[in-house]
Ligand binder design. Structure first.
Ligand code: PGA
Length: 248
């Protein structure tokens, strides 16, 4: 399966910084064997997209509302993301769940809406440290996954990407070990295949996220069910992010 490496810039990089980032990043990844996407803040999408013209790099958003338009002050619709040329959208990141109270039900609506607009949703799931210590990881991931996917069908599940991001590993410098991550990725793949059948889910890409960096990306990515990465902190440095992309 061709790996997918996604940069989640979070609330970092204005337009000027984004454009100088691309000047460094583009030439290094020009012959990359992975699919690459960058998810900048909304404000940078348009300019960044222009700077990607003629490259193998795709653009995505970090969030969206599920409605097409309407009285939702401060929100951005999937229609507008499509108009900007977005191909991917991150849905249900743990920071959105935590700081903006996003529920599984809300996340499911976004997922359905993204699929309707032919955006590739990257659905994020992951447990916190207390849950891991209590051996609740797999049960919790199942709950998030089942509720997040809701009633979407087997034909649609092929078009989504799942990101396993243990909360305790995000931004902490402490990544999950390759074995810890693979254990959950396999669990996710088994769940998907139980719900939708093997043929619909064998090619669903499951990304790992949580302190992925050039020093650990190779050992994580060789695991059979780790099909790429969702990279936060290390993606802010164009050389480091390029190294992760080239390391697949
Ligand atoms: P991190 O963030 O790489 O800084 O841990 C990953 C994420 O939150 O997507």
């Amino acid at each position: 399966m061709r790996p997918l490496i996604v940069a989640n810039w979070k609330m970092n990089n204005g337009i000027k910084e984004s454009l100088s980032y691309m000047e460094v990043f583009k030439p290094i990844v020009k012959d990359c064997n992975a699919d690459i996407a960058i998810c900048p803040p909304f404000s940078g999408i348009s300019e960044l997209k222009k700077s990607m013209k003629g490259t193998n790099i795709k653009i995505g958003a970090q969030n969206m509302h599920h409605e097409d338009n309407g009285a939702f002050t401060g929100e951005v619709s999937p229609q507008f993301l499509k108009e900007l040329g977005c191909e991917y959208v991150i849905i249900g990141h743990s920071e959105r769940r935590k700081h903006f109270n996003e529920t599984d039900e809300f996340i499911n609506k976004k997922l359905i809406s993204a699929l309707n607009y032919r955006l590739i949703p990257i659905l994020c799931v992951g447990e916190d440290m207390a849950q891991r210590k209590k051996h609740e990881t797999k049960r919790f991931i199942k709950k998030q996954l089942v509720a997040g996917l809701g009633k979407i069908g087997g034909a649609d599940v092929r078009n989504i990407v799942i990101a396993y991001e243990p909360i305790w590993a995000i931004g902490t410098g402490n990544n999950a070990t390759p074995d810890q991550a693979e254990d959950v990725h396999l669990h996710i793949r088994d769940l998907l295949s139980k719900i939708y059948g093997k043929s619909s889910t064998a090619n669903v890409r499951i990304l790992y996220g949580g302190s992925m960096k050039p020093e650990n990306s190779k050992e994580l990515m060789v695991m059979p069910n780790i099909n790429g990465g969702l990279v936060g902190g290390a993606s802010l440095d164009p050389k480091k992010f390029a190294e992760i992309c080239m390391n697949v």
